[in-house]
Design a protein around this ligand. Structure first.
Ligand SMILES: *Cc1c(COP(=O)(O)O)cnc(C)c1O
Length: 292
């Protein structure tokens, strides 16, 4: 049985000399406390898709992801918890030793199909989709995913708070904006053409909204890192007790501190960083890299 604990999610206040100096009240919405492996935002994004699957009599959930994908393992867990079977189309050939993520997904009953990088890029399915299958886009991207992520906003009592979240597909950012919050997004992948703004705007209820996306905190690209990022994640953990992952939330917490240093936030502001989970992916790092 899957033990998902929404009641464990808290808004944790963070005291750092930097934030005091800049007169900022900073807190973290800990959706990582939902479950050690099932990622916070992915669980929330999946809910509307699962409701739709149930309402339309679907039997199997089909989706895409990489070998360390938070979305793959969350989908496998959620599908099993709601009584669906699941299939994961995995980017690249099967490795000699499967990743911890794929083993977890397999243990949650997901059938895994490995797809060459070119087939994967074309989103080619290795089987014919049945009428009883529900296909969920990679990362839970889409208006339904945004609606699901938007329900995370109900966990935040201070509606005036300025939110800061990591951005992959932009689905969570759009959902939080649709829920009425002022959100700054930290893009974790390289996007020199700044196309993410259009992608997020496509998911907004009010498309005239001003968007605030930071494009300079990707560390070389999606899932790329340098030792300075690991050092920053370890320091953040020592100062706050909050663990982070190197793909999303590590880059988020680093960015929030840099933005505070650069006076990006108005003095007196209440800032809430969204810890969106993803800690399971840290297993892919060399042993001993992180202190938590
Ligand atoms: C997928 C993911 C994100 C990015 O969410 P999007 O809605 O795709 O922008 C952020 N944090 C974690 C931990 C994730 O797994």
């Amino acid at each position: 049985m899957l033990s998902i604990h929404p009641e464990h999610i808290i808004v944790q206040s963070v005291q750092l000399p930097l934030f005091a100096e800049k007169e900022l009240q900073v807190a973290v919405l800990r959706t990582d406390l939902l479950h050690p492996v099932v990622s916070g935002n992915k669980w929330f994004k999946l809910q509307p898709y699962l409701e739709k699957a149930r309402a339309s009599g679907k039997k199997r959930i089909v989706t895409f992801g990489g070998a360390w994908s938070n979305h793959i393992v969350a989908t496998a867990a959620a599908a099993q918890a709601f009584g669906f079977s699941s299939a994961g189309i995995i980017r690249g050939e099967a490795a000699a030793t499967p990743s911890a993520t794929l083993m977890q997904a397999h243990n949650f009953g997901m059938e895994l199909f490995f797809s060459s990088r070119s087939d994967y890029a074309a989103k080619k399915l290795p089987f014919t989709l049945q009428s009883t299958d529900l296909l969920i886009p990679e990362g839970g991207f889409g208006t339904q995913g945004a609606a699901g992520a938007g329900t995370m906003a109900s966990l935040i009592a201070n509606k005036q708070a300025q939110l800061v979240c990591a951005v992959g597909t932009g689905t969570m950012m759009a959902g939080l904006i649709n829920a009425g919050f002022d959100v700054t997004g930290i893009l974790v992948l390289k996007d020199d053409a700044h196309q993410m703004e259009q992608q997020v705007r496509g998911l907004l209820n009010n498309t005239a909204t001003q968007l605030s996306i930071q494009y300079d905190f990707h560390w070389g690209g999606y899932a790329k890192w340098r030792p300075e990022l690991i050092t920053a994640m370890n320091s953040w953990y020592q100062a706050t007790g909050i663990p982070s992952d190197f793909v999303y939330t590590g880059k988020l917490f680093y960015a929030v501190q840099q933005l505070a240093k650069n006076n990006f936030f108005r003095p007196g502001s209440s800032i809430i960083c969204i810890h969106s989970g993803g800690l399971q992916g840290n297993i892919s790092l060399p042993k001993g890299t992180l202190i938590f």
